[in-house]
Design a protein around this ligand. Structure first.
Ligand SMILES: Nc1ncnc2c1ncn2[C@@H]1O[C@H](COP(=O)(O)OP(=O)(O)O)[C@@H](O)[C@H]1O
Ligand code: SF4
Ligand SMILES: [Mg+2]
Length: 350
C-alpha cells in the first residue's frame, strides 16, 4: 500500500491533478442540513468530490445515505426546510467562469439559468419531470426556448432531432404524445431528450434506470454513454446498483450517512476496495460478491435514521472491523492512499 497521508476531511481537494484539465464540478466539504421541529438533521456532513469534463462519476451507497440530497444541493432544488450549511460547489460554466453554486440564492436568475442550460437532471420517475397536461414535445420545446433564442419552427425541429437521437421511434409523430401515452422506457427517453436539448456541460442522473426492466435499463445506459461521447458532457450517475456503476463510471464515490467514505477509480473501488463499507457493499452484490455455492452476504443492520447518527465513525455499529474505544468515539479523517484513492476510516490512519 502507498504511504498514507492525512487530509482535513472538510478541505479535501479532489480537484484535477497538476497540469490536468480543470474540473467541471468540484464539491468541497458540502454540508446540507434540515431544520425540523426536533432539531437539526445533518443530511450531508462533509462530502467532497470532483468531476472532470467528459467524465462519468458513479455515486453509490444504500438508500438514505444522502445521494439525492447531494444532487438537489448542486442543482439548488432542496426542499424549503433544507439549507446548505457549509462547503463549496464550484462549477465551471461554458465560458470558463468558476461559480460557487452554494453561494447563490436558490431562486436567483443565475441559478435558474445554469440549471437546465448548463447542468440538467434526469431521475427515476419521468412522470414527475413532465406535466401530464402538455405534450412531451411542447415541454421539450419550452425547456429549449427558456434558455436559448430560437424560432418555434427551429425549436420543434431541434426537439424532433433530440427525440430521434434518444432512440424514440417515429419522433415527428410521438412528439405530440402526452406523457401517459408513452411506455416507461419511452418516457425515460423523452426525459433524457428534455434534459439534453440545451446541450448541458453536465448531466446528473439520479437512479435513472431503477424503475425500468433490465433490457430497457441496458438500452438507456448505452444511450447515455453514446450521448455523453457525442455531446462531450460530464455525467454524475447516482445509483444504489453497483453493477450500473461498474459498467458506466471512470471514478466512483461511495457515500454513507451523508459523507464520502471512499473515492477512487472504478478499478480501485472494485478490485482494491479499502473502506469496510465498500467491501460490505461489494460482498452483498449477487454477481460481484458470490462465489458458487456461497450464501449471499448481507450487511449487518440498516442505515440509521439521521435522528440517531452514531458517535465516532457513523458506520461503526455495522462495521466488521470496528476498533472498540476508537471507532465508537472518534470520527475518522480522510486518508489519501494515492493521487485519486482516498478513504475515511481509522484503519488507514498514519
Ligand atoms: N424533507 C426531508 N426532511 C427531513 N429529512 C429528509 C428529507 N428528505 C430527505 N431526508 C433525509 O435525508 C437523508 C438522505 O436522503 P436521500 O438523499 O434521499 O438518500 P438517498 O438518495 O441516498 O437514498 C435520509 O435520511 C432522508 O430521510
Ligand atoms: S473507522 Fe472503524 S468503524 Fe469506521 S469503517 Fe473504519 S474500521 Fe469500521
Ligand atoms: Mg435517492
Amino acid at each position: 500500500m502507498a504511504e498514507s497521508r492525512t487530509t482535513n476531511p472538510e478541505h479535501v481537494t479532489t480537484g484535477p491533478l497538476p497540469g490536468a484539465t480543470p474540473c467541471v464540478l468540484d464539491v468541497k466539504g458540502l454540508k446540507t442540513h434540515f431544520r425540523t421541529r426536533e432539531g437539526t438533521l445533518r443530511a450531508l456532513e462533509g462530502v467532497s468530490f470532483s468531476v472532470a469534463p467528459r467524465e462519468i462519476l458513479g455515486v453509490v451507497g444504500e438508500s438514505g445515505c444522502g445521494k439525492s440530497i447531494t444532487a438537489a444541493s448542486i442543482l439548488r432544488i432542496l426542499p424549503p426546510e433544507a439549507h446548505i450549511a457549509g462547503g463549496e460547489i464550484l462549477f465551471q460554466t461554458r465560458n470558463g467562469e468558476m461559480v460557487d453554486l452554494a453561494q447563490l440564492k436558490p431562486k436567483s436568475r443565475r441559478v435558474r439559468r445554469i440549471r437546465g442550460d448548463e447542468i440538467s437532471m434526469v431521475f427515476q420517475e419521468p412522470m414527475t419531470a413532465f406535466s401530464p397536461v402538455h405534450t412531451i414535445g411542447n415541454q421539450i420545446i419550452e425547456a429549449l426556448r427558456l434558455h436559448q433564442r430560437c424560432t418555434p419552427q427551429r425549436a420543434r425541429k431541434r426537439a424532433v432531432d433530440m427525440l430521434n437521437s434518444v432512440g424514440m421511434p417515429r419522433p415527428s409523430q410521438l412528439i405530440d404524445s402526452y406523457p401517459f401515452e408513452l411506455s416507461g422506457g419511452m418516457r425515460q427517453r423523452a426525459m433524457i431528450a428534455m434534459a439534453l436539448v440545451c446541450q448541458p456541460r453536465m448531466l446528473i442522473a439520479d437512479e435513472p434506470t431503477t424503475a425500468l426492466d433490465v433490457t430497457i435499463e441496458a438500452q438507456i445506459l448505452q444511450l447515455m454513454r453514446e450521448l455523453q461521447q457525442d455531446l462531450g458532457m460530464a455525467i454524475m450517475i447516482i445509483t444504489h446498483d453497483l453493477s450500473v456503476v461498474a459498467e458506466m463510471s471512470r471514478n466512483v464515490l461511495v457515500m454513507y450517512l451523508g459523507q464520502d467514505v471512499e473515492y477512487g477509480t472504478v478499478e480501485q473501488i472494485f478490485f482494491e476496495p479499502k473502506h469496510p463499507y465498500t467491501r460490505e457493499l461489494l460482498a452483498s452484490v449477487p454477481r460481484l460478491g458470490k462465489k458458487s455455492g456461497e450464501r449471499l452476504h448481507t450487511i449487518k443492520g440498516t442505515v440509521p435514521s439521521l435522528y440517531e447518527r452514531p458517535e465516532g465513525c457513523t458506520f461503526h455499529p455495522r462495521c466488521p472491523d470496528c476498533i472498540p474505544g476508537l471507532c465508537d468515539s472518534q470520527a475518522p479523517g480522510v486518508f489519501g492512499l494515492d493521487d485519486r484513492h482516498r478513504v475515511r476510516c481509522h484503519l488507514y490512519r498514519k
